[in-house]
Design a protein around this ligand. Structure first.
Ligand SMILES: O=C(O)CCC(=O)C(=O)O
Ligand SMILES: [Fe+2]
Length: 388
């Protein structure tokens, strides 16, 4: 290593992830995230995916984690020494930032030896602000670009910051690595998976409502991030329990719901809001592919005009879960693309063919999870298991 590299051990990798990998992780984050640990930050951890009955969504992380760990060990000369301490998808929305710090700067973070951040979307194209800066050494500034990754030591040789995001949603995969086996994330995840992974089709199960409730500092109104993400793609939620007055409004989202858009209602019922969100985000991810493959839609039975009482139910739900729609656009929206996203998906597209495609994707991941789990248990690590 040259003198400069020894003082500030770090590595920048361009196109470490493929754009398809970035899109898949974005789909997972936009369907599963919760409010995060800092203002205007949202996160999806692997243990949260397990806890909300979506353990199959760990599969897209497996080879990425493995590649990052190998690259980290090779770069910093610590082959076979590292354990992954934490893996999470983090999004930084308008107003989010972090000042100068090293990643091991708290007593409870001392086990962290190395950090990796993979950028899943791009500065300028998807968000503004959010540049990453190292306090000293080269490169000094990193402009996030989808697929790029940075690796650095978690100590004070790599003090860094993130500029405030001023528009859009900046998305990353953040990972920390440790030499201390007692902080190994894999063994904890494997033991949770052993308790919960089943052969049943995994329908998402929402966590407690407060984990989805975003309330900006000093702001009276907040919103539910699942309803908000549906709203950003132009969908409203219709509850099927509006006659049951005994229900607390927060319970409406964990029971069957329908989706509405532009004066029409999809008759299909989703088990809960997370189920609807996962299907809609899947479609958003796959929209171009599915449209070009010209699936024949059987929409006659599936979409009906909205009735007045249904409009009232939708408005009542919005009053509780999205009292300030402009706040949603402020936090999650990107002014350079406003409107486009909303118009890109039709209600009729969320039809049988599309839902079948989401179910096939889910089943494929579940199958891979179930066939990998015995080996994961044996070795207490999450790694790629060749099938067949
Ligand atoms: O997102 C980034 O670029 C870095 C985030 C960071 O510094 C942190 O979470 O500690
Ligand atoms: Fe950091």
């Amino acid at each position: 290593m040259s003198e400069g590299k020894r003082e500030h051990p770090r590595l920048i990798l361009h196109n470490f992830l493929s754009l398809e990998e970035c899109k898949e992780l974005e789909f997972i984050h936009k369907s599963c995230s919760t409010v995060g640990y800092r203002p205007n930050v949202f996160s999806t951890t692997l243990s949260h995916l397990i806890a909300t009955n979506s353990p199959h969504l760990l599969i897209p992380f497996v080879s990425i984690r493995e590649r990052l760990k190998e690259k980290m060990e090779e770069t910093f000369g610590c082959e076979f020494e590292l354990f992954i301490e934490f893996t999470g998808l983090i999004s930084w929305c308008r107003g989010a930032s972090i000042g100068w710090h090293s990643d091991d700067n708290r007593q409870y973070l001392k086990q962290r030896d190395f950090s990796a951040v993979c950028y899943l979307n791009s500065y300028g194209k998807d968000f503004k602000g959010g540049l990453f800066r190292f306090q000293s050494g080269e490169p000094a500034t990193i402009s996030p670009s989808a697929g790029d990754a940075i690796m650095y030591t978690a100590d004070d040789r790599n003090i860094h910051s993130v500029d405030e995001v001023t528009d859009g949603e900046r998305l990353t995969l953040a990972m920390w690595f440790t030499r201390d086996s007692s902080h190994d994330e894999d063994s904890k995840l494997v033991s949770r998976l052993s308790q919960c992974a089943s052969h049943e089709f995994p329908l998402p199960l929402p966590a407690s409502a407060n984990m989805y409730w975003f309330c900006p500092h000093q702001h009276a109104n907040g919103f539910d991030i699942c309803v908000a993400r549906l709203h950003l793609l132009g969908f409203d939620v219709h509850s099927l329990q509006d006659n049951d007055r005994s229900l607390d409004s927060s319970e409406q989202l964990v029971r069957p719901i329908q989706l509405a858009k532009g004066g029409e209602l999809l008759t299909r019922e989703f088990t809960n809001v997370l189920h609807a969100l996962q299907v809609v985000q899947f479609y958003h991810w796959k929209a171009s592919e599915l449209k070009t493959s010209k699936v024949e839609y059987d929409t006659v039975e599936e979409v009906k005009a909205i009735s007045q009482p249904q409009v009232e139910t939708i408005n009542a739900l919005n009053a509780v879960f999205l009292p300030d729609k402009s706040l949603v656009t402020t936090i999650f929206g990107y002014s350079c693309s406003t409107g486009e996203e909303k118009d890109s998906l039709n209600l009729t597209d969320i039809s049988s063919a599309m839902i079948t495609s989401w179910e096939e994707y889910t089943c494929k991941l579940l199958k891979e999870l179930l066939s990998s789990l015995p080996q994961w248990k044996t070795y207490q690590t999450i790694h790629k298991v060749e099938s067949g």
